[in-house]
Ligand binder design. Structure first.
Ligand code: CA
Length: 315
């Protein structure tokens, strides 16, 4: 078949998969390290819709289903966007798993997810479908697009779709890639129209798998991330695929807060988000690379600083 350029970016690192039934809610290190419960006093992401273009989602997951909107399946259009792989469900949990008594909790536990399936059961998909899905999301009510996928080769068709979304005020956040020290992050993360996210571990050190490059924007927790997994379970995975949704969750908090407070700050482009996020980072803890854009972008997104930002910028 033509147009089967593959977009398997996760070779996501399975750490290994620890599948668990989590009867009691366990808060992941990514949430506790940044005191997210304090940020939730400002907003939990209510009113924001995030389109996740991935392997679909576990549509009945007890920790997600209240936050799932109707999505779309671009792999098999007659079917719902059900996740046969696990990757998309894990990403969804990091953004928006509910703050209840079970499992885990996402960064923005009241934001809504539009699950868009572009990757099959093996995590493969066509870039043509990814481009179509971006355009669909941009005209279907999404406020933000989350892309934990990519390729080392340029993806012009996908770039055009990202530009189409950007013109409609919808920013795209992308995983940087899991190839370690590279000359550049993967595409579409390398395009200036996206925010490229790399991974840090629980010691705030750069994850050794995380791509490096001039177009790297920010770092976020991507090592040993505990999140939702089909069917109705949980797993611990590592990868820049896990870091990207953390930043998307913080973006959802930011957008929700500005809307709730009728703030005049515009959040319609990746540059708008980049500008605010840049003021709210901390450096990675690797002494050799701290502050070096090629290795850490503008630093680790720090939601503790978001709370300060809210205090300083609200009416
Ligand atoms: Ca939960």
């Amino acid at each position: 078949m033509k147009n089967k350029q593959k977009c398997h970016l996760p070779p996501y690192i399975v750490d290994p998969i620890i599948s668990l039934q989590a009867a009691q809610q366990k808060i992941g290190w990514n949430i506790t390290a940044f005191n997210l419960p304090v940020a939730w006093e400002k907003t939990k992401g209510e009113g924001v819709k995030v389109a996740i273009l991935d392997s679909g989602c576990d549509l009945d997951h007890p920790d997600l289903k209240k936050n799932l909107l109707k999505g779309k399946n671009f792999v098999n259009p007659s079917q719902p966007p059900k996740d046969m792989c696990g990757h998309g469900t894990h990403v969804a949990g990091t953004i928006a798993a509910e703050n209840n008594k079970i499992g885990m909790v996402g960064v923005a536990p009241k934001c809504k997810i539009i699950p868009v399936k572009v990757l099959d059961a093996n995590g493969n998909g066509s870039m043509g479908n990814v481009a179509k899905a971006i355009r669909w999301a941009a005209t279907s009510g999404a406020d933000i697009i989350s892309l934990s996928l990519g390729s080392p080769s340029k993806l012009q068709q996908v770039r055009k779709a990202i530009q189409y979304a950007a013109k409609r005020g919808i920013p795209t956040f992308c995983a940087a890639g899991n190839a370690g020290k590279t000359k550049e992050v993967f595409y579409p993360a390398a395009y200036p129209e996206t925010i490229a996210v790399g991974s840090v571990d629980e010691n705030f050190k750069r994850s050794s798998f995380s791509n490096t490059g001039e177009n790297l924007d920010f770092m976020a927790p991507g090592g040993k991330i505990f999140s939702t997994y089909p069917p109705d379970w949980y797993s611990i995975l590592s990868g820049t695929s896990m870091a990207c949704p953390f930043v998307v969750g913080v973006a959802a908090l930011l957008l929700s807060f500005t809307r709730k407070n009728n703030m005049s700050i515009s959040l319609g482009t990746v540059d708008d988000y980049r500008k605010i996020f840049k003021q709210n980072t901390i450096p990675i803890s690797n002494k050799k690379y701290a502050g070096n854009k090629f290795f850490q972008g503008f630093g680790i997104i720090d939601p503790r600083k978001f709370v300060e930002w809210c205090k300083n910028n609200s009416n």
